[in-house]
Design a protein around this ligand. Structure first.
Ligand code: Z5A
Ligand code: MG
Length: 206
């Protein structure tokens, strides 16, 4: 028996950080051991480079190298994720492999090429994609436009890339248009509750 890995994904400002925090608090309130991880993890050696790249739109790096940095940033935490899950800590990730593939895919890199560097990383048991149908709602949320990629035409391309994961067995869409934080949280909880008592199979990998 091991704990589940849960990923929350979505476009910018879709509410991932708001929802991962709420989910973690609810799990803690029900006496579960839980750890929240966020990607990119900007405090590691590789994470610091990524942070600089995202904040400084003039910072030049090829799309391929940026992609590999984001993947390497997840590999920096691979041992930790496995350790936590086997020690019965539910791990909630705020963005994960799917973001890596979707943002680089939106720049024109091939899907399989983008996924390859993450092959072998732990695969979530449940992945929840916070989906906007009305893209206008993305750009009007506070803080949008401060970092690289926060531009509506690019976000539409990213959204099309995320759609490619809809055939993955762990993938669930939740539509967030005009829904309150509480309403979205309740839908997330309905998907997460069935797995909180643990998973019988080994950790799956991409
Ligand atoms: N990236 C990549 O290219 N490759 C990779 O492998 C990975 C990432 C992992 C930084 O990510 C960039 O890295 C990101 C993808 C790329 N590109 N961009 N742009 P990040 O996760 O660090 O930063 P972010 O995506 O810009 O997301 P965010 O700012 O963290 O947004 P969020 O977490 O989804 O949203 P939030 O902070 O929870 O909420 C945003 C606002 O909306 C806030 O004021 C909330 O109070 C409000 N909110 C939340 N929910 C609602 C509802 N339901 N109604 C109304 N208002 C709401
Ligand atoms: Mg966030």
């Amino acid at each position: 028996m091991r704990a589940p890995l849960i990923a929350i994904e979505g476009l910018d400002r879709s509410g991932k950080s708001t929802q991962t925090l709420k989910l973690v608090r609810r799990l803690q309130d029900s006496n579960r051991s839980v750890k929240l991880l966020k990607f990119p993890e900007r405090t590691t050696a590789i994470g610091k480079l990524i942070d600089q790249y995202l904040k400084d739109k003039k910072y030049k790096l090829s799309d391929e190298s940026v992609h590999l940095l984001f993947s390497a940033n997840r590999w920096e935490l691979q041992d930790k994720i496995i350790d936590l899950l086997t020690n019965q800590y539910i791990v909630v990730v705020d963005r994960y492999v799917y973001s890596g593939v979707a943002y680089s895919g939106a720049k024109g890199l091939k899907f399989q090429w983008c996924l390859n560097p993450d092959l072998g990383m732990p695969k979530p048991d449940v992945t929840i994609f916070l989906k906007f149908n009305d893209m206008l709602q993305v750009t009007t949320r506070s803080g949008f436009g401060e970092e690289r990629y926060e531009e509506s035409e690019f976000q539409k391309k990213v959204c099309a890339q995320f759609k490619k994961f809809e055939g993955f067995s762990e993938w669930h869409n939740i539509n967030v248009d005009n829904k309150s934080i509480e309403e979205v949280h309740d839908e997330i909880w309905n998907l997460v509750e069935p797995v909180i008592n643990g998973i019988n199979n080994d950790i799956q990998t991409f």
